[in-house]
Design a protein around this ligand. Structure first.
Ligand code: DX5
Ligand code: ZN
Length: 223
């Protein structure tokens, strides 16, 4: 499977959000990554349902909603109604993670678990077969434009190994500090979804930056 690219609108121009969504529609982006922060689970507040609904009105691509909020079960219905196609919840935010995942699936969304840079990969061993996606944080969640954490490569390999028997189709999404220097190594380690905020929206040519992320190829010539 060719990897997916999910630009994060956390780094978009909020005063020109429609323009930026229309750019994503025309680009090679596969999903639109939507970061929801509550100021409790992470030390920042982003935006809520009205903004997600407004994005959905213009978006021609699936919304990949990343909930950095405590007790996300309270809001799953609302995010589905606002237009989410994928919903990822943080491992540390869910007391009954299995139940939360079932609920997301019942809503008809792809179900994801997001893990912090310190969350042991082994914690996923009894949920990995129930989920579609792991959103692996490669920065501490809360802000765009942070520096990529290098231990992510090892963690991707470990997760790919864990998933290989129980869920070989697992999507491993890397979120934070993804750029044109590390994208190939991330895919080689076993990732197959790249989130990018600053790398896309900080570029002079945003569509070209998305295409560059999409064009990264790990296929090798047969010898
Ligand atoms: C961080 C968010 C990320 C963020 C990525 O908490 O989850 O999705 O937008 O931004 P960059 O790519 O700039 O690190
Ligand atoms: Zn995110």
């Amino acid at each position: 499977m060719k990897h997916l690219v999910a630009p994060s609108i956390l780094s978009a121009d909020f005063a020109n959000l429609q323009r930026d969504i229309e750019m994503l529609n025309k680009s090679y982006a596969d999903w639109i990554h939507v970061d929801i922060m509550d100021g409790v689970f992470v030390p920042n507040i982003s935006f809520g349902f009205p903004v997600v609904k407004a994005v959905k009105q213009h978006a021609l691509k699936p919304l990949d909603v990343h909930l950095m909020i405590v007790d996300p079960d309270r809001y799953l219905n609302e995010f589905k109604e606002a237009g989410a196609n994928n919903i990822s919840v943080h491992f540390e935010a869910c007391i009954h993670l299995h139940r939360t995942i079932q609920k997301i699936k019942e809503l008809g969304c792809r179900a994801g678990v997001a893990i912090n840079p310190h969350t042991p990969i082994a914690q996923l061993s009894d949920i990995v077969e129930d989920i579609d996606l792991v959103c692996m944080m490669s920065v501490n969640p809360g802000f765009g434009g942070q520096k990529f954490i290098e231990s992510t490569y090892r963690r991707i390999r470990e997760l790919r190994l864990l998933a290989q028997d129980r869920n070989p189709n697992l999507l491993i999404e890397i979120d934070g500090g993804v750029n044109h220097q590390n994208s190939l190594s991330l895919l080689q380690a076993g990732a197959n979804v790249l989130v990018a905020g600053n790398t896309v929206f900080g570029a002079d040519d945003q569509m070209a930056s998305i295409k560059q992320l999409k064009d990264v190829s790990i296929t090798r010539k047969a010898v």
